[in-house]
Design a protein around this ligand. Structure first.
Ligand code: GDP
Ligand code: IMO
Ligand code: MG
Length: 427
């Protein structure tokens, strides 16, 4: 038995939340290790839908859930989310949730700076405007406030002063009012007693769990193509999203992350700006979007849609460290007469088998497709391999061949139970 790390293998929204919830049934702890409330993970259980941003998806099954040190945490947003899921029947107490003491805080000034930059930029990233980039900048710049600072309010004024010395210069440059240190102090002191009961140590929790032989599920947010190093820079998020980050962002050694399960959508979507070689700006793209309900969980933005790009996933299997995949949303492809899969690109008349690193080439590569026959029978809600039409199986097998990784799980609807296990990732 091993631990399992779940990451997105495309541009996000592959269905990580659904699969983590499903897997968490057999784990004793779920840990988020990067990102923040830019993530939107949807979990459907019967007639209930939970939309989680900061809370690890293990909370739905009442599993001990850790927000690891690699996550950037907006404490106001965390409390809102706890209230929201509380109204939906999930009570989040410190018995269930631990917030790493060394996690960095996202403050209103980060959200505002994210917005100012996006609004002023000629070439926008299309961020979620949640302050994620600016808060990671402050972390690396060694001026961030961290969760543990809320336990020591007396230390806050000096830390705020250091932070504002940086931010107020930027704000003046953008023609915005400076942040009032006293007001920020008041609001932090106000929220501190509501957050501190959750604060603990991620690495010690995980060490104790390991010693007790407990199984741990590491929950990634975003996806490899949004990784700050391995993604479509600069159209990326500001954290590492690859499996390697699970170790650093939770406080365990690299051998502890176990089997890496890459979540892969049966076609491709992207929300925000940036290159997307197989994007379909036509009726087929619209159809994928409608059938897949491709609207962002966090911002409600329409997701861009296109055919499955095997070049990208072949690459993210390697850079992400993926051992096996979960293919999701196969049902969305039901009824298409034919399906296209991108096998390689052409750039300046030459064959290219990977995504070039520079943004210009990324925008210029031309996808070369292979056409597969579609299927008319429904796969929606299928719970066994035997229920799948022959052409759906051919599609899955061809994808496995092209990306160099095998399907461990298959998802056929948003519902938790509509999941087929081909290979147990915990074994
Ligand atoms: P995440 O960010 O990777 O957790 O994915 P999101 O929750 O943002 O987006 C995935 C969407 O697809 C959600 O609305 C899920 O309920 C839904 N979903 C997940 N798996 C399937 C599936 O196999 N079929 C269909 N039709 N929808 C799915
Ligand atoms: P989940 O975990 C899809 C995208 C944004 C933008 C870029 C940078 O639900 O898969 P940021 O606010 O992070 O600075 O935005 O990254 N992005 C996501 N796209 N799913 C996500 O998370 C995303 N989180 C960020 O749209 O293009
Ligand atoms: Mg999402």
């Amino acid at each position: 038995m091993t631990n399992v790390t779940v990451i997105g293998a495309q541009w996000g929204d592959e269905g990580k939340g659904k699969i983590i919830d499903w897997l968490s049934n057999r784990a004793e702890m779920v840990v988020r290790f990067q990102g923040g409330n830019n993530a939107g993970h949807t979990i459907v259980v019967g007639d209930k839908t939970y939309k989680l941003s900061l809370l690890p998806s293990g909370v739905v099954q009442g599993k001990r859930s850790i927000i690891g040190n690699g996550v950037v945490v907006d404490p106001w947003s965390l409390l809102d989310e706890i209230a929201r899921v509380g109204a939906a029947g999930l009570t989040i107490t410190p018995d269930i949730l631990v917030l790493a003491e060394n996690a960095v805080l996202v403050l209103p000034l980060h959200r505002e700076l994210d917005g100012m930059r996006e609004d002023a930029a000629a070439q926008k990233i299309g961020t979620t405007k949640r302050g994620i980039g600016p808060s990671y900048e402050d972390k690396v710049g060694r001026r961030a406030l961290r969760a543990i600072d809320l336990m020591d309010p007396a230390s806050l004024p000096a830390k705020i002063e250091k932070l504002l010395a940086h931010h107020n210069v930027l704000r003046r440059g953008f023609g915005h009012a400076e942040v009032d240190a006293a007001a920020l102090l008041v609001s932090l002191k106000e929220i501190a007693p509501k957050i501190t009961p959750f604060i603990g140590s991620s690495w010690r929790e995980l060490d104790a769990a390991k010693r007790a032989g407990k199984r741990i599920l590491f929950e990634g947010a975003q996806a490899v193509l949004l990784d700050i190093d391995h993604g479509t820079y600069p159209f990326v998020t500001s954290s590492n999203t690859v499996a390697g980050q699970a170790a650093a962002g939770a406080g365990v050694g690299p051998r502890e992350i176990g089997t890496v399960l890459g979540i892969v959508k049966s076609y491709t979507t992207r929300v925000g700006e940036g290159p997307f070689p197989t994007e379909l700006k036509d009726a087929t793209g619209e159809k994928l979007g409608e059938r897949g309900h491709e609207f962002g969980t966090v911002t409600g933005r329409k997701r861009r849609c296109g055919w499955f790009d095997a070049v990208l996933v072949r690459q993210t299997v390697i850079t992400g460290g993926v051992d096996g995949i979960c293919l999701t949303k196969l049902d969305v492809l039901d009824g298409f007469e034919e399906l296209k899969v991108c096998t390689h690109y052409e750039l300046d008349g030459k064959r290219v088998d990977y995504l070039p690193a520079d943004a210009n080439s990324q925008a210029l590569v031309k996808p070369v497709y292979e056409t597969l026959e579609g299927w008319t029978d429904s796969t929606r809600g299928a719970r066994s391999w035997a229920q799948l039409p022959a052409n759906a199986i051919k599609y899955v097998r061809r994808i496995e061949e092209l990306i160099g990784a095998q399907v461990a799980l298959l998802s056929t609807s948003p519902d938790r139970d509509d999941t087929i296990m081909v290979r147990d990732p915990f074994l």
